[in-house]
Write a protein that binds this ligand. Structure first.
Ligand SMILES: [Zn+2]
Length: 117
């Protein structure tokens, strides 16, 4: 069970477990899903996605919701918490996409060439 300790901290590319899979906001109070898949029911202060409700009850996928959020101009969602200083939703999304891509490419090399949406 010491899997985590064996990897050296040589890179800052580690994807935090407390990162919102919708918008890439990395300061969630809890991971959106625990190890058994249970939802946290936390509402992302950034995009407003509620894990276990927006997805399970409303049937929206992370991708669906992300598209809507981007279409709305990527507004900060929480009214009680302010956006972090210098918050940049585009940079946040970009770094999430980059990390997700790197992770995917590492684990399973894509067979097809790039698909542009
Ligand atoms: Zn979010």
């Amino acid at each position: 069970m010491s899997r985590k300790k064996s990897s050296k901290k040589t890179t800052a590319m580690k994807l935090s477990e407390n990162t919102c899979p919708v918008c890439g906001f990395d300061k969630l109070a809890e991971p959106p899903r625990n190890k058994t898949g249970g939802a946290s029911f936390e509402i992302c202060t950034c995009c407003g996605f509620q894990f276990g409700v927006t997805d399970d009850d409303k049937g929206l996928s992370y991708n669906d919701y992300r598209e809507q959020w981007i279409a709305q101009g990527m507004p900060w969602s929480s009214q009680s918490k302010k956006a972090p200083k210098g918050w940049d939703p585009q940079a946040q999304l970009g770094s999430m996409a980059l990390r997700a891509t790197l992770k995917r490419v590492k684990g399973r090399p894509p067979r097809m060439s790039l698909q542009m949406a």
